[in-house]
Every structure is written in structure tokens, then in C-alpha cells.
Design a protein around this ligand. Structure first.
Ligand code: SF4
Length: 475
């Protein structure tokens, strides 16, 4: 998800890419990419990298005459940080944070609210080192993280005046009107940005500096500009886009209505570059539907990784489709280097699953577990996502599910529901008057939404958390 503004100032030539040949026509132009802060009650670097922005960075680098700079507000390896934020062996780790005042609309939530990421003075120092850019490209991955974009836009304006700011990512795709009115950006990109960014840059820079290029499929895209990240030991990759399922609470189809996969050979070649040139050791798959059609997609990828003996630990933070795990796939995942699995089970209630998440059944989990154990996975390596926090959800069932998962020797992980505009669940929530169509997106925050549902929900949640704590201690 890009070029960095090097820390130790722009003396680090290795990180700033030389301008392409097109630069011979004039003086070097600059583009700045920014991954903003997170404003939330809680945040953690759960293999969290701005993959979409890095993809756009690679396109801009390849098809314009511009030099690219990158500021990653979530860079927990920045040398300007006063303390270190060490990673777990799998690459996850805590983010720096500073408590800030809660916005008025979140005052009812009795939790601390923070800005996660670089301290403001470190960000401003980074900004001061960037030559005046022709455009600033900003991403935003959750609708309720928009205050991070607002702050980036404000500080960019203070430093560079009226430079065009282009905003892409999940927030402007799901809430374009809100982004237009409130983000501070000048241009809003809705949906995948690869076929939009060059025409916007042509408008800003003129035809001479920006080539025309249409990307028909995922395989046409250049490798994301991973080299812009300070630390490339842990990287994300995406091998497909979209999801063929339509769970009632999920925004996947709103972000990308179809489903497409990269060619396995292309994925393997990309991973080869990540391991050999970027020293990547932990690889996190960001796909929404990694295992779908695995005979022609993920199985060949895994076989390719095994054949080449890459020394990689593999992870799937987005959750895997449990019903797609068969004997061969389980064996391949183990042999290729999956260290822990996150399984999207959501519930063990068949009736609930049929209505909200028909992608999986309780029997699917039993079957998958059988194959995964046969393949050599320890049950403690298997994390089971359970979705909690939908209005009207049966908390007794959630408690039962948590206990059942524990007693099977697996690890339950609560995935808190966030009401996402445009989903079927969102419509129900608006109809029920819990939120309004035009409610501040900050209320889509998963923690805020739990509190929004009242004391009863919070006390039931506490009961579930108590079980998690007690059972967790027995591990
Ligand atoms: S299977 Fe997963 S990604 Fe697909 S619609 Fe359901 S929740 Fe979303």
C-alpha cells in the first residue's frame, strides 16, 4: 500500500527512486504519498500496511516523471520515536499513541480516545523535508478514521498552501459525499484507484509528464512500492480482489463488486522479489476470499512457494473461508509456512449463519479442524473469529460459542461488528433508528457502536470478555 520521506532526511538515496527517463524534459516534479493517523479507542499493527497506497505509488512512479515521497504516519520503526515499539516474531506490534480529546459525538463512550501513529512534531519534520509536491495522495482505510485525513490535509495546507490533495481508499469509496465535504481533500477517488489516478495527475501535471495506461486486470499492475516502507521484514500481499459471497454486514462487494484473482505464477514471482530483494520474512495475505477456487489459485501458489523453499511465515489476518479448507489445502498451507490461521467462522449457530453469513456452517469448522490437525497444525495455532455486536444478537449464544471454541482447544477471537454504510445491516440499523443515514461516520466505530446500543449490551459483552480472560489464563 508506496515512497518514503526518508527519516534521516533525504540523504538516504536508496529509498528515493531516481526519476524515470521522462524527466529529461524538465525539472523534477514531486508527488507526496501520506498514510494518515488512526483516531480510535484502540488500534494495533495487526499486519497493518497501506497496500492500496503503495500500489498507487508504484503506478505513479512508473508512469509519471515524478519523484515520489512517502510519509507513513503509522511507521512504528521511525527513528524519531522516543521509545521503541518492538514487533512480535510474526511482525505484529503496538503503535505509538497520544491521547486526544474525544470528538463531541463520541463523548458518551467512557473510553480513552487516541491518535495512533507518529507524534505531530515528527510528522511536521518529515513534511518540512519534502520539496513542494505537485500533488499529495492520501488514503483512508476505515470510514471512522477520517479525522486522520483531516489532520493530514490541514498540515499539508499549512506547509504547501493550495497543493491538490487526492484522497482514495475505503472511506471515500463508501462515503464520497462526506469525504468531499469534510475531509479537506480536493479530489475524491471512489473505488479502485489504478485506472483513475493517472488521469487526475494528467489534469494536474499535463500530458507530457504522465503516460496513459489502462490496467485491465490485476496481473497488469506493477509490484506495489514496498520499498517505500522503512521495515520490509513483514509485508502484505493481495492475490485477489472482491468476494463472491454477500454477508449482510460486509462491505466487500461495495468496495469491489466482482471477484478477480491474479495468476498464480505472477503471485509467486512477486513473492520471490519480496523475499530476495526486500528480505521479507512474514507475509500477510490481505485477500477477502483467499481460498475460493483454490484448485486453480491458492493451491498452485502454495505449491510454487514450497518448490522454491522460501523461508517465509505466512498469515491470513482477514480470515479464511472455513468451508474451503480440504485435506490437500490444509497440507499445503502447513508445508508452505502458515504459522497461525484466522478462520472466519463468525458463529456456531446455524440459523444465525444462514441469515447473516451463509458462507459457512458449524459442520464446516469440524471438517476443517480435522484436515488442519491431520496436516500438523496445533489447535492453539487456530484462531476462530466470532462476530459480536450486531443489534439484537443473542449474547447467550455468543457465550456458548466462546466456551465451545475454548473446549475444542481453539482460540476464539471476537470480531466486533462495525455498522458500514451501504450494507444490509446498515439499512436495518437506520430503520431501527439506532443511527441516521447522515450520522457522523465516527459512530461507525465498532467500540462506539457497542456503547450506542446501551448498558445491557456492554454488560453482556463484559460477561463474554470475562470468559475469554478466565479461559485464556488456562492456556
Ligand atoms: S465471506 Fe467474508 S469477505 Fe465475503 S462477503 Fe462474507 S464477510 Fe465479506
Amino acid at each position: 500500500m508506496w515512497v518514503r520521506v526518508p527519516p534521516s532526511a533525504l540523504g538516504d538515496e536508496g529509498r528515493i527512486h531516481p526519476p524515470p527517463a521522462i524527466h529529461r524534459f524538465g525539472s523534477v516534479k514531486h508527488i507526496l504519498l501520506v498514510n494518515p493517523w488512526i483516531y480510535d479507542f484502540t488500534a494495533y499493527d495487526f499486519w497493518l500496511k497501506p497496500l492500496g497506497l503503495l500500489q498507487i505509488g508504484a503506478i505513479v512512479r512508473q508512469y509519471t516523471g515524478c519523484q515520489i515521497h512517502f510519509i507513513d504516519c503509522l511507521d512504528r520503526f521511525h527513528p524519531g520515536l522516543k521509545k521503541s515499539y518492538p514487533s512480535k516474531p510474526d511482525g505484529r506490534g503496538p503503535l505509538p499513541k497520544e491521547e486526544v480529546d474525544k470528538p463531541e459525538v463520541l463523548k458518551f463512550v467512557p473510553r480513552r480516545f487516541s491518535r495512533y501513529g507518529l507524534p505531530l512534531d515528527v510528522f511536521k519534520e518529515e513534511l518540512a523535508r519534502v520539496p513542494t509536491p505537485e500533488a499529495v495522495l492520501v488514503t483512508c482505510n476505515l470510514t471512522y478514521w477520517y479525522p486522520g485525513v483531516q489532520l493530514v490535509c490541514e498540515l499539508v495546507r499549512q506547509r504547501f498552501g493550495q497543493v491538490p490533495i487526492i484522497l482514495g481508499g475505503i472511506y471515500p469509496t463508501l462515503l464520497p459525499e462526506h469525504a468531499r465535504r469534510h475531509s479537506g481533500a480536493d479530489i475524491i477517488i471512489i473505488g479502485p484507484g489504478e485506472n483513475q489516478i493517472l488521469s487526475w495527475l494528467r489534469t494536474i501535471l499535463g500530458d507530457r509528464l504522465v503516460q496513459e495506461r489502462k490496467f485491465e486486470e490485476l496481473d497488469d499492475l506493477p509490484l506495489p512500492a514496498y520499498d517505500l516502507l522503512r521495515n520490509t521484514e513483514t509485508l502484505p500481499i493481495i492475490t485477489s480482489r472482491g468476494c463472491p459471497f454477500r454477508c449482510s454486514y460486509c462491505a466487500s462487494s461495495l468496495l469491489f463488486p466482482g471477484f478477480e484473482q491474479k495468476r498464480p505464477q505472477q503471485v509467486i514471482a512477486d513473492i520471490q522479489i519480496l523475499t530476495t530483494e526486500l528480505n521479507c520474512q512474514n507475509l500477510a495475505f490481505y485477500d477477502d476470499a483467499l481460498l475460493i477456487g483454490s484448485r486453480l489459485h491458492f493451491k498452485p501458489i502454495l505449491k510454487g512457494l514450497i518448490d522454491r523453499s522460501f523461508r517465509l511465515s505466512l498469515y491470513s489476518p482477514n480470515g479464511l473461508h472455513v468451508q474451503a479448507i480440504d485435506e490437500e489445502l490444509a497440507q499445503l498451507m502447513k508445508a508452505a509456512g502458515f504459522k497461525s490461521l484466522y478462520l472466519s467462522q463468525e458463529s456456531l449457530d446455524p440459523v444465525w449463519l444462514k441469515e447473516y453469513s451463509p458462507k459457512v456452517s458449524p459442520e464446516n469448522l469440524k471438517e476443517a479442524l480435522y484436515y488442519l490437525e491431520m496436516a500438523g497444525f496445533d489447535r492453539q495455532q487456530l484462531n476462530v473469529y466470532l462476530l459480536v455486536g450486531l443489534p439484537g444478537q443473542d449474547w447467550e449464544q455468543i457465550k456458548k460459542d466462546v466456551q465451545e471454541i475454548f473446549s475444542s482447544g481453539l482460540k476464539p477471537r471476537l470480531a466486533y461488528f462495525s455498522p458500514i454504510s451501504g450494507t444490509r445491516e446498515w439499512e436495518k440499523i437506520v430503520e431501527a433508528g439506532i443511527l441516521q443515514k447522515d450520522s457522523d461516520p465516527l459512530l461507525q466505530n465498532k467500540i462506539a457502536f457497542l456503547y450506542k446500543q446501551g448498558e445491557e449490551v456492554i454488560s453482556r459483552l463484559r460477561e463474554v470478555e470475562k470468559i475469554l480472560k478466565e479461559e485464556g489464563r488456562r492456556d
